[in-house]
Design a protein around this ligand. Structure first.
Ligand code: ADP
Ligand code: GLC
Length: 490
């Protein structure tokens, strides 16, 4: 089974969130189960510069307004997964994020930049660029890669099945309908039955309409996105694909996230030997200038600061946290109003609140190892990886009962405590009050070290293996290639 994974980010080279972690781990897990996986990535500087043994596959020439586009083949550093890289210097050789300039402005030619990525995937699937390797499945991730599904549909019949994974429906890749001509697609693709979305072009919709199967990253989110509350206006499209939408929970790369072998934390520890955890906490309190107090419950936040993550609720709950004598470390960047408010709070209470406005992978490990509990009060959460990392580090997740958070954290209710099932704390209503109640529950339980440690050990023993997810994807690929439905066409 040959599978081409198409995406814009990959850990550890280019990362803005969990999508990169998925691409950094899932292909290897699939390869471990006998799948012949290759990646297709845009030639962003950190990717092009790191690819091992790069060789030229072919000169593509001038496409989408960029001259000198080439396809390079090589291997990923560390994992050695085979990779194709689209070398289009005019589109991709830029500093900043894959989607925005360093000042946070969307690149004005994102339509062409990500259409190119999808188009190259379709050309590969059609055997036009590398006749020696024809994928049976093209697996596109998020809107950045979604146009692969439309371009393959344009050239039907093709033998490649199309799988589209929604990592986050809130980011849709919307562009002006006036720029449709730049895509080089027949006019029928501009119709509401195809890419048109409320007078705009939606790349996300290209994936939802033209994939043979749609997956998303948890069972709950797969259900939620068919509703107006979570469907971001695309719930109708998702409902129309009922029967083709599946939830596959993400896994954790325990080679990267494991306190037993993590060399970046103050001291290693495990479920059987918890002593190092106290050193990690003391180290974090010292590093952050917080009061050195082992008895104060230390909450952690490692997050993009966006409305999705519900961190305004944390701000509103800070007075309750302060009054209860707890502490909090917040690491994140994004929304400037949230950044300013957290900085202000830390300035006023430096011994209890510490804030780092930064994107720093090493600090994320120190926070998750040092904190007692990780806050994720998300308004929606397709899967969430940070709470899975926190579980392994015995940093009990305190989460809103939504999406992948609901699927992975078991609330410390009386019933779950009695049944030895609790792994964290959950609250339902998206309000500061509900969050504060859950925080108080955690603070109270923390005063019973025996009970707390029992939950910690159970949390640390949870397994969210990529092998399980890889098996589900492989089953799906097999089903699709064996019983390939009639091609989806506009
Ligand atoms: P999302 O993809 O929605 O941001 P996830 O929980 O799936 O949420 O994944 C977030 C990933 O990004 C995790 O690996 C987390 O550790 C990392 N992360 C988020 N914010 C930061 C930050 N400020 N610094 C370092 N890592 C971060
Ligand atoms: C998105 C989601 C997050 C998920 C990640 C990886 O960024 O917001 O919940 O874990 O993708 O699938």
């Amino acid at each position: 089974m040959k599978v081409l994974h198409v995406a814009a980010e990959i850990f550890p080279l280019v990362k803005t969130g969990g999508l990169a972690d998925v691409l950094g781990a899932l292909p290897q897990a699939l390869i471990g189960q006998g799948t012949d996986v290759r990646l297709l990535l845009p030639g962003l500087p950190p990717i092009l510069d790191a690819v091992l043994s790069p060789t030229l596959v072919c000169e593509i020439g001038a496409v989408f307004g960029a001259a000198k586009v080439r396809l390079i083949r090589g291997h990923m550093p560390f994992s050695h997964v085979p990779v194709y890289v689209v070398d289009a210097p005019y589109f991709y050789r830029r500093s900043g994020s894959p989607y925005q300039s360093s000042s946070g402005v969307e690149w004005p030619d994102n339509l062409q930049r990500f259409a190119l990525l999808g188009w190259v995937a379709a050309q590969l699937a059609a055997g036009e660029l590398d006749a020696g390797w024809l994928p049976d499945v093209v697996h596109a991730h998020d809107w950045h890669a979604a146009m692969a599904c439309a371009y393959i549909a344009q050239h039907l019949p093709t033998r490649a099945a199309r799988v589209f994974t929604v990592h986050n429906l809130a980011y849709q890749g919307l562009f002006s309908l006036n720029d449709f001509h730049l895509l080089g697609l027949p006019g029928r693709f501009a119709a509401p039955s195809a890419l048109e979305y409320h007078g705009q072009l939606s790349f996300m919709k290209a994936g939802l309409k033209f994939a043979n199967a749609i997956t998303t990253v948890s069972t709950s989110y797969a259900r939620e996105i068919a509703t107006p509350e979570f469907g971001c206006g695309l719930e109708g499209v998702i409902q129309s694909r009922a029967g083709c939408v599946f939830g596959v929970l993400n896994g954790v790369d325990y080679a990267v996230w494991n306190p037993e072998h993590d060399t970046g934390i103050a001291a290693p520890y495990s479920a059987d030997q918890l002593d190092g955890k106290a050193l990690c906490k003391a180290g974090l309190q010292a590093e952050m200038g917080l009061t050195q107090d082992a008895k104060a419950l230390l909450f952690g936040v490692v997050s993009r600061l966006t409305s999705q993550k519900g961190l305004d609720l944390v701000l509103a709950a800070l007075p309750a946290l302060l009054q209860a004598g707890a502490q909090i470390v917040v690491q994140g960047s994004g929304d400037s109003a949230l950044e300013t408010a957290f900085i202000e709070a830390a300035k006023n209470h430096p011994r209890q609140i510490a804030v780092r406005i930064a994107y720093d992978e090493a600090l994320a490990h120190r926070i998750i190892s040092g904190a007692d509990s990780l806050l994720m009060p998300s308004r929606f959460e397709p899967c969430g990886l940070t709470q899975l990392y926190a579980l392994r580090y015995g940093c009990l997740p305190l989460v809103r009962h939504v999406g992948g958070l609901a699927d992975t954290v078991v609330n410390a209710s009386a019933a779950h405590l009695e049944a030895d099932q609790a792994t964290g704390f959950c609250f339902v209503e998206a309000s500061a009050h509900a969050l504060s109640v859950a925080m108080h529950q955690a603070i109270k339980l923390y005063q019973q070290p025996g009970v707390w440690q029992k939950i910690m050990r159970r949390a640390m023993q949870q397994e969210f293996s990529w092998d399980v997810a890889a098996r589900s994807y492989l089953d799906l690929y097999k089903r699709l290639t064996e019983t390939m439905r009639l091609p989806v066409s506009p």
